[in-house]
Design a protein around this ligand. Structure first.
Ligand code: MN
Length: 291
C-alpha cells in the first residue's frame, strides 16, 4: 500500500462498509444532519457533521478514561439530503431515514445540525416504542408550541416530541425558558426538570434518578447545555452552564440503560479543531466506548 489514508467524512472507527444488506443487527448508525435554516442567532450548525467527524480522528481506539475500547459495531451512513429553508420536509426525510435503518435493527446517532434534527428521529422512535423516555441535555426547554409561528423549529423540538407521545421527558441543565414553557413543564407529570443549579449541587441524586429508568431511552444532547466557556460555538450560547465533567458523568449512567437512539446537536462552527466540535465528537466517542 502506497498511501496511508483516512476518511474524514466518516466517523473514526466506524465500519468500512455501510452497505445496509450486510449490517449487523443491534448495532449503531451515524447520520449527519447539515441543516440550520431555523437558527435564530449564531448560524453554522450545517457544518457540524463535518467538523465533528473530522475531530474524531484525534482519539485512540483505547479509551483510557474508562479503560475500555471503542469496539462496538457502528456505521457511518453519511449525511441526509436536507432541504435548506424547509424544516418540516427535512424532518420528514430524517424520519424516513431512521425508519429505514430501524428495519435493519440499527440504532441512530444523529450529528447536528440544529436541534430540529431530533424531531424526525423522535417521530420514528416514538412510533416504534410507546414507552420512550427522552433524556434531554440543554440550556433550553425547547417546549414552545411554535416559534414565531413555526411549528417545526430548533425551539419547538421537545414540544413536538411530547405531542408524539412519550413515557417521560427528563430535561437536564435548563437555565432559559419562556414563562409558557415553564408552566407547560410544571403542569405535566411526565416532565422532570433538573436545572443547572440542581446539576451543580445534586449530581449524585440525578445519577440515581437516571439509573432507575426502566424504559427505552433516547438521549438528546444540545451542545449549549455546556457552559459557553467550554462550548462557545453553538446556536444560542447561554452562560452558567454545565462542565464537561457533569455531562460525562450523566453520559456514563445513560450508556448503561437501554438506549435506542441519540443525537449531539447544535455544533455551529466552520473551524476544524474548534473546541465545541472536539467536545461533541468526544461525547459520541465516549458513548460508543461505554456501551
Ligand atoms: Mn438549546
Amino acid at each position: 500500500m502506497l498511501f496511508n489514508t483516512y476518511e474524514p467524512w466518516k466517523f473514526a472507527f466506524s465500519q468500512e462498509s455501510s452497505d445496509l444488506d450486510q449490517v449487523e443487527e443491534g448495532s449503531w448508525g451515524i447520520i449527519g444532519v447539515p441543516f440550520d435554516s431555523t437558527t435564530s442567532y449564531h448560524s453554522g450548525a450545517r457544518f457540524g457533521p463535518t467538523v465533528v467527524r473530522e475531530a474524531s480522528f484525534g482519539f485512540e481506539k483505547y479509551n483510557s478514561v474508562f479503560d475500555t475500547f471503542i469496539d462496538t459495531t457502528f456505521y457511518d451512513f453519511g449525511d441526509v439530503n436536507v432541504i435548506p429553508g424547509n424544516c418540516k420536509k427535512t424532518c420528514d426525510i430524517i424520519e424516513d431515514t431512521v425508519n429505514e435503518i430501524s428495519e435493519f435493527k440499527i440504532k441512530p446517532i444523529l450529528i447536528g445540525g440544529e436541534h430540529s434534527a431530533s424531531i424526525g428521529a423522535l417521530e420514528s422512535l416514538t412510533e416504534q416504542y410507546d414507552d420512550l423516555t427522552i433524556v434531554h441535555l440543554d440550556a433550553h426547554r425547547d417546549l414552545a408550541d411554535d416559534f414565531i409561528g413555526e411549528k417545526y423549529s430548533h425551539a419547538t423540538v421537545m414540544r413536538r416530541a411530547y405531542d408524539f407521545g412519550l413515557n417521560e421527558l427528563i430535561q437536564i441543565g435548563i437555565r432559559s425558558a419562556s414563562k409558557e414553557e415553564e408552566d407547560f413543564a410544571n403542569e405535566k407529570e411526565n416532565i422532570t426538570t433538573f436545572n443547572n443549579i440542581n446539576v451543580f449541587h445534586h449530581l449524585d441524586g440525578i445519577e440515581y434518578y437516571l439509573d432507575n429508568i426502566k424504559t427505552p431511552v433516547y438521549l438528546s444532547i444540545d451542545m449549549d447545555v455546556l457552559d459557553p466557556s467550554v462550548a462557545p460555538s453553538v446556536g444560542n450560547p447561554t452562560p452558567f452552564g454545565l462542565s464537561i465533567r457533569d455531562v460525562e458523568i450523566i453520559l456514563k449512567v445513560i450508556s448503561q440503560k437501554n438506549v435506542v437512539g441519540m443525537d449531539v446537536v447544535e455544533t455551529a462552527t466552520k473551524k476544524l479543531g474548534e473546541l465545541t466540535a472536539v467536545t461533541a465528537s468526544k461525547l459520541i466517542y465516549d458513548f460508543l466506548s461505554l456501551i
